[in-house]
Design a protein around this ligand. Structure first.
Ligand SMILES: [Zn+2]
Length: 131
């Protein structure tokens, strides 16, 4: 059986939890403790699988480049975000980070091109006014 407070595994005849010291003998058992332990293990396994998922590193790089590219170096970081996002998906990454990275990467490039056009048009307009 397991401690209802901290989930520590107990001997069946234990009166108090070996880990946190809570009294076990007078608490209702079997129905509550096992689900707690199972859900804890499931959460842990899901987190662990997310961390070691193939292509997770590339997906993180894609997402970070996509976000940073909104503010600076959008053309370069946008391309990196798209390449890394696709690379993550090819490696078998399943999740939203790679997709968000790719979408942000495309937006980075679009905004960068618009900014470049804006600057070119502005310079062209200014230089024609000088004549
Ligand atoms: Zn305990």
């Amino acid at each position: 059986m397991f401690c209802p407070k901290c989930g520590f595994k107990q001997q069946d005849d234990a009166q108090f939890c070996m880990s946190c010291g809570v009294s076990i003998s007078n608490l209702p058992q079997t129905s509550q403790q096992q689900p707690f332990q199972q859900s804890f293990q499931q959460d842990y396994q899901q987190n662990y699988q997310m961390q070691v998922q193939p292509g997770n590193g590339a997906a993180n790089t894609s997402l970070i480049c996509g976000i940073v590219g909104i503010f600076i170096l959008g053309l370069i970081l946008g391309i990196i975000a798209i390449v890394q996002g696709n690379s993550a998906k090819k490696q078998g990454y399943v999740g939203s980070k790679a997709t968000i990275g790719i979408v942000l990467g495309i937006l980075d490039i679009v905004f960068s091109v618009l900014w470049l056009l804006f600057i070119i048009v502005t310079i062209a307009a200014l230089s024609t006014y000088q004549y």
